[in-house]
Ligand binder design. Structure first.
Ligand code: ACO
Length: 173
């Protein structure tokens, strides 16, 4: 598939929020941008499947989820790295912003669902996704950015500048 420029896509948020200093560190064959409404057809779900169970979705289910995120302005920021050669996604990551009443109406950025295609892991794409999401989190007004991860990923997040704090509790339904 030929590479699709941002101007031809319906994007989740303004591409002007993508930090250009981070994007510039990707190879010339790669492009970082916000999630697009048609990314179902660019391997979005198959890249996510390195993380957890990611069953196929119909186009209408995918569009509905995309519009649900887009209808909350300044809240959901999912970014992707696309191969310009194939127009397919090879890395993804998400940030959502939590509004608090504490800390003088502070906002907290939560990083979720970081996934890099197995074939290109270890090439700093995960690092670039985290750098970009952390910069966006700061730019849209957070006082901190947090995430949960397995023990095995702690060294990766430490390399990205995060430190271990407290514990995660979970209850599955
Ligand atoms: N243990 C130790 N160091 C690591 C690990 C690890 N598991 N993973 C990466 N690193 C190091 C790299 O060696 C590199 O170090 P360097 O700067 O000294 O060379 C640095 O961290 C940056 O690594 P990247 O090349 O950017 O890592 P990658 O692109 O492979 O992305 C990721 C890392 C996201 C963990 C990827 O391997 C992946 O998709 N794994 C499967 C899915 C997953 O576990 N996602 C994270 C879930 S947690 C969450 O989503 C909040």
């Amino acid at each position: 598939m030929p590479f699709t420029p941002d101007s031809e896509l319906e994007l989740l948020f303004s591409p002007s929020l993508i930090p250009q200093d981070v994007a510039a560190q990707l190879g010339a064959d790669l492009h970082m941008r916000p999630l697009a409404k048609t990314d179902l057809y660019r391997s979005h779900l198959s890249v996510l499947s390195v993380l957890t169970s990611t069953p196929q979705l119909s186009e209408s289910q995918y569009f509905h989820a995309f519009e649900t995120l887009r209808s909350c302005p300044n809240t959901y920021f999912t970014i992707v790295i696309v191969s310009k050669e194939t127009d397919q996604i090879i890395a993804v990551g998400s940030l959502f912003m939590e509004q608090k009443f504490t800390r003088n109406l502070g906002r907290v950025g939560h990083i979720e669902d970081i996934a890099v295609d197995e074939r290109v892991q270890g090439r700093k794409l995960g690092l670039r996704i985290i750098q970009a999401l952390t910069t966006i989190s700061e730019r849209v007004g957070s006082y901190k950015t947090i995430l949960n991860c397995s023990d095995k990923n702690i060294p990766f997040y430490q390399k990205c500048g995060f430190e271990k704090k407290e514990n995660e509790m979970a209850r599955y339904h």
